[in-house]
Design a binder for this molecule. Structure first.
Ligand code: GDP
Length: 439
């Protein structure tokens, strides 16, 4: 029998209230031991007086009781909403730890149990983690959509359709080819083709979901002294909502995380791009070129007071830029009316740049309202597996329905792995690795 688990489910530290959650068969005993009273009706809040086993008063709190299976985990669950002080929560956790059969929950264990009891599929469990991690509006909306089952529904529907096709093909195997009308074959192939097409469409989303979830990378490139670092500084101060400036992987790459009109963006300040005289600098430039190429968007910063440097830039840098700005507009105006002049020093033109950048990001990431999107490489890999299996199924010789059936089964299995309908045991450890305690 699984142990009953407990944990502080709200953030540790001082707060108005703290939520302590207990899940498992001994949840009832935990509730009765700490409150000294009988269980309330399920889902009713009661005011309780918490005491430890020695009868010492701990806190007055709100108590809730959820009877299995109508709870988050699908098990008996009780919750205490205590005052949010460290000593209070420690005392409650200590008292719970002394009840036999209870132990502290592992990271993500509540959600894991919810999956094991069929309360959540894996994509919904991942969405719980994403919702907790969400820093921007778009990340939150994406996670919410996934939590509400958008992906699970799509994959479930595809699996049902595969099962139907598979049933026809299996019938063909059982009855022998001659007894199965030709139309069955035609529709089986037709449906397989359509499913493979739909899956390829689903994959062909320019990684929007993954980019919204992980954040889009914007590289700031340009010749040395054009004002790249100054610009990154100005932008990060303006949009500082979620900013935690961190030194990048090398001395030459500085990253700043921004919340740009609801989208998470990582701004990367790269080293100066120029013909390098010395080796160390050449290495820095090589890295920044790679980083710029791998970025999702590139802002090219040029020095309005030094157009000579702009001319000397490698062609690929100029052509690869999504936005070009002429900095130091306070010293010298931008060349031509179409060129965007800014000043990292005075702030002139910065709000125009933010607007243009936000528009680029929105264009890149805007989701259609209806179609659910992939949010993780894990989903993508499985859908790709499914498509490959369907493509094999389509080239199976007409005389070998067993081959087609096998590939249809593999496709269905690949999709089932995304939601945890199959192979769930192998996936749980991987998925819950990133969770924190109390979730
Ligand atoms: P980077 O090498 O491209 O990162 O350039 P920096 O941001 O380090 O800036 C190089 C020099 O230009 C510094 O001395 C900055 O103070 C100066 N600078 C940056 N932006 C402006 C600006 O808009 N106007 C003026 N006048 N100077 C600037």
């Amino acid at each position: 029998m699984a142990a009953t688990i407990f944990a502080l489910s709200s953030a540790p530290g001082r707060a108005g209230i703290a939520v302590i959650r207990v899940s498992g068969d001994a949840a009832r005993e935990a509730f009765e031991t700490l409150t000294g009273r009988a269980l309330p009706e399920p889902r009713q809040v009661v005011l309780v007086h918490l005491r430890d086993q020695a009868g010492h008063s701990i806190d007055r709190a709100l108590g809730l009781w959820f009877r299995a299976p109508s709870s988050f985990t699908g098990e008996d669950v009780c919750e205490f909403h205590t005052h949010g002080g460290h000593a209070v929560t420690e005392a409650v956790l200590g008292a719970l730890g002394r009840i036999s059969g209870l132990r502290l929950a592992d990271p993500g264990e509540f959600t894991r149990r919810a999956v094991e009891h069929g309360k959540l599929d894996l994509t919904a469990a991942e969405a719980v983690a994403d919702l907790i991690e969400a820093e921007t509006e778009q990340q939150r909306l994406l996670a919410l959509r996934q939590q509400e089952g958008a992906l699970a529904e799509l994959y479930g529907r595809w699996r049902e359709q595969l099962t139907r096709v598979l049933a026809w093909v299996e019938a063909a195997i059982d009855f022998g080819e001659d007894e199965v009308p030709e139309t069955i074959w035609t529709s089986a192939r037709h449906d397989t083709e359509r499913l493979s097409y739909e899956m390829r469409q689903h994959l062909d989303d320019s990684h929007r979901g993954e980019l919204i979830r992980d954040g889009l990378t914007v590289a700031v490139v340009g010749p040395p002294n054009a004002g790249k670092s100054s610009l990154v500084n100005v932008l990060s101060k303006r949009e500082v909502a979620i900013v935690a400036p961190t030194a990048g992987t090398t001395r030459d790459l500085i990253e700043v995380r921004l919340n740009l009109s609801g989208y998470a963006v990582t701004l990367v300040d790269t080293a100066g791009l120029r013909e390098a005289a010395e080796e160390v600098e050449a290495e820095g430039i090589r890295r920044s070129l790679i980083r710029a190429q791998n970025a999702d968007l590139r802002i090219l910063v040029l020095d309005a007071a030094d157009s000579g440097a702009a001319m000397k830039l490698p062609d690929e840098v100029r052509r690869g830029a999504d936005i070009v700005v002429w900095n130091k507009a306070d010293l010298c105006s931008a060349p031509g009316p179409a060129a965007l002049g800014i000043s990292a020093r005075t702030g002139a033109g910065i709000s125009d740049l933010v607007e243009i950048l936000a528009r680029c990001v929105r264009e890149r990431l805007q989701l259609s309202r209806e179609a659910p999107v992939l949010t993780r490489a894990r989903h993508r890999a499985s859908v790709e597996d499914a498509v490959r299996a369907l493509e094999r199924a389509l080239v199976a010789p007409a005389g070998a329905p067993e081959l087609m059936a096998e590939d249809l089964r593999l496709a269905s299995r690949a999709l089932g792995r995304i939601t945890g309908a199959v192979d769930v045991e192998q996936l749980l450890d991987v998925i819950f690795r990133d969770f924190c305690i109390g979730k």
